[in-house]
Design a protein around this ligand. Structure first.
Ligand SMILES: Nc1ncnc2c1ncn2[C@@H]1O[C@H](COP(=O)(O)OP(=O)(O)OP(=O)(O)O)[C@@H](O)[C@H]1O
Ligand code: SF4
Ligand SMILES: [Mg+2]
Length: 345
């Protein structure tokens, strides 16, 4: 699909050319807890991550491990229970009111489930304009319309055709384009994409992944890409963080993570990813592991020590007694495990 170079900011906002191209995102000791009638859900516990400027970090892990909670906490939706989220030098967790509203423009999210995240009663044009309406724009309605049209064009939708329709008239892939336009219209520096292709047919997945890559290059975005599927992030991520039951268990550049996983859970994920194909299966060889239990413990009452220990074939008493800290094993490669797989190689 040919997409003409977008002009989201327009002539009235040429200062975007001087703006720092994008931000570095730092997540520092972030914890997200939900207080429910059944008790406290430990959705995210003490997670620290760094996303270098202009790079893509994938957050990977099975359903319920806290990926969306962490992604939303980055945007302060809601604010995490504790920790800091820095975009450049600005700690979003320390802001409130108008300063938080202003800072929020810099980090936007494409929410999980493209269809239900779009209000079915509103026209596409109004959905995409929502953030601009909230923020307020110099130039009023004319300028909002111009920027909405530019955002729709940027994601490959014809504003004249799509603008006055409602989400139910579009396919899942097109809804994802609308959701992306809604996020991009605010010209963010950081984009968090929550399972952007999981609900889509495989053929459409590739189109949306290509579009994300294109938008990332064009707008110099720093990206967090959330997925439960390691095979999806393989080509899009520079680095991958693997989460298990609310905690990060391994972080590495993509090539290292797939070639030499050090955490037993990462190995399990890779071994069980059906579409990773021969290359990775060959790499893993007899190192592939099988979980001792398929049951994910409850985040209401996570296991002591290492949270993966109830499913880990390598677990020892130490694993129950002490939580393994995230430790650097080679430059840029961190793992939280008392008995990492690399030791055997
Ligand atoms: N608002 C909430 N109130 C209570 N518990 C919640 C809330 N949101 C999420 N949870 C719980 O927190 C845990 C983490 O949920 P989260 O949605 O962040 O996981 P996820 O990794 O995004 O899962 P999925 O892959 O299914 O989207 C789960 O146990 C979930 O049930
Ligand atoms: S710390 Fe122990 S239980 Fe946890 S992953 Fe490592 S070996 Fe397994
Ligand atoms: Mg989720």
């Amino acid at each position: 699909m040919t997409v003409s170079p977008p002009d989201l900011a327009g002539p009235a906002a040429t200062e975007t050319a001087d703006r720092p191209a994008d931000a570095k995102l730092v997540v520092d000791a972030v914890t997200v807890e939900y207080h429910t009638r059944k008790g406290t859900v430990h959705a995210v516990t003490d997670v620290s991550l760094d996303v270098p400027r202009g790079s893509t970090l994938a957050l990977v892990g099975e359903s319920g491990c806290g990926k969306s909670s962490l992604g939303r906490a980055m945007l302060q939706l809601p604010r995490p229970s504790s920790g800091r989220v820095m975009v450049d030098d600005t700690d979003l967790c320390a802001l409130s009111g108008s300063s938080l509203k202003e800072a929020r423009k810099r980090i936007q999210m494409v929410f999980q489930d493209p269809i239900s995240s779009l209000n079915p009663r509103r026209r596409v044009r109004d959905i995409v304009a929502e953030g601009l309406e909230i923020q307020g724009v110099d130039g009023g309605r004319e300028e909002i319309r111009r920027r909405v049209d530019a955002a729709l064009e940027a994601v490959g939708l014809d504003p004249a055709h799509a603008g006055d329709r409602r989400p139910s008239e579009f396919s899942g892939g097109q809804c994802q384009r609308i959701a992306l336009a809604r996020a991009l219209v605010l010209e963010p520096e950081v984009l968090v994409c929550d399972e952007p292709v999981s609900a889509l047919d495989v053929s459409v997945q590739a189109q949306i992944l290509n579009l994300l890559e294109e938008m990332k290059e064009r707008y110099h975005l720093t990206m967090v890409f959330i997925s439960h599927d390691l095979s999806v992030v393989h080509n899009i991520a520079d680095r991958v963080a693997v989460m298990y039951l609310g905690m990060v268990c391994e972080v590495a550049d993509t090539e290292t993570l797939y070639r030499a996983p050090a955490h037993p859970y990462t190995m399990l994920l890779i071994s069980s990813a059906p579409t990773l194909g021969g290359t990775l299966a060959d790499t893993l060889g007899e190192d592939s592991i099988t979980a001792t239990s398929s049951e994910l413990p409850s985040p209401l009452n996570p296991p002591s020590g290492c949270r993966f220990r109830t499913r880990c074939p390598r677990a020892t008493e130490l694993c129950a007694a002490e939580r393994p800290p995230l430790t650097t094993i080679t430059p840029g490669h961190q793992v939280a495990c008392h008995h990492p797989l690399q030791e055997n190689r």
